[in-house]
Ligand binder design. Sequence first.
Ligand SMILES: C[S@@+](CC[C@H](N)C(=O)[O-])C[C@H]1O[C@@H](n2cnc3c(N)ncnc32)[C@H](O)[C@@H]1O
Length: 278
Amino acid sequence: MPVRRSAALHPDPWRDVDAQPSAAQLAATLEARGRTPTQARLRRRFLRFVPIRRGARVLEVGCGTGVVLRDVAALVGRRGAAVGVDPSRVILALARRLCRPARGAARISLRAADGARLPFAAARFDAALAVTVILHVADPLRVVREMARVTRPGGRVALQDQDFGVIAVTHPDRALTDRIMRGVAARIYAEPWSGRRLPGLLLDAGLERVRLLTDVYQDTTLEPFSKSFLERRAANAVRFGLVDAAAAQRWLDGFTALVARGRFVLTMNYYGAVGVRP
Ligand SMILES: C[S@@+](CC[C@H](N)C(=O)[O-])C[C@H]1O[C@@H](n2cnc3c(N)ncnc32)[C@H](O)[C@@H]1O
C-alpha cells in the first residue's frame, strides 16, 4: 500500500520525516537516544511492563530505526516474531542496515506503512506497541484502533510517550525557559500533554484492564540526547518568533554554565500504558 504524503510541511518533523531536509539527521537522533543509558533503562522497563514474552509475535508501529524492535527481537527469541512498520522510507533504509539478524533473536521484518492503515489481517499479533509515536500522529485514536484490530483477543496493546507538560530543567531564567519550552511544544504538537492521555486512548479504543507505568528520564550531565533536544527547542523558539536568536543563545549558554558547576538537572516524564484486547 502506498504511503500517503501530506501536502504542507507540518511543524512536527516526525509527521513526515522524508519531507524534511534533515531526514537523515532525525534518524540519527533516534539511535543517539537509544544509546543513552537512562533511555535504554526506561525502554526495557516498559517492555517488561507490557510484558513481551518469549515466542510472542510483536508489532511495533512507528518503529523508526529499530531501537525498540532490536530489544523486542531479543526478548521474543528465535521462535517469536518482531515486525516493524514506519511510513518513512529514509528511516526504514537505516533500520534495514541496523536490524541485522542477531544470535538467539527473532528475525526482524520491516514494512512501509502508516499506523492508521496497517497492512495486516485481524488478530495477527500477540502484542502491538507504539513508542513515542502517538504524540506525532494526526489521529491517535485511529492508530490505536488499528493496533487493537491486528492484536489477537487476550493480546496487549501498549503505548509509551513523553509528556511535554512535565519537563523540569534547571535554568537561571525561569520566564525564558517557560516561554521556550511551553511555547515550542504548543506550536509543534496537537497534544503536548500526550503521555497522560494514553490510558484514556486505550479505553476509547475498547481495550480492557488498562494499566499505567510512569517513568522518568533523568540527566545531570547534559547527555548528547538532552543537548540536541534543548538545541532543537531553542532553534524552534526562534523559528516560531517566541525569542530572538540572541535570547535563544543566552538560554543555551545558561545550561552550559550549570553543567560546568555540576548544577544541571533535566527530567522528562514518560508514560507507558497497556490494555488487553477483549
Ligand atoms: C520519535 S520516532 C520513534 C521511533 C521508535 N519508536 C523509537 O522509539 O526509537 C517517531 C516515529 O513515528 C513514525 N511515524 C510518524 N507518523 C506515523 C504514522 N502515522 N504511523 C506510523 N508511524 C509514524 C516516524 O516516521 C518516526 O519513525
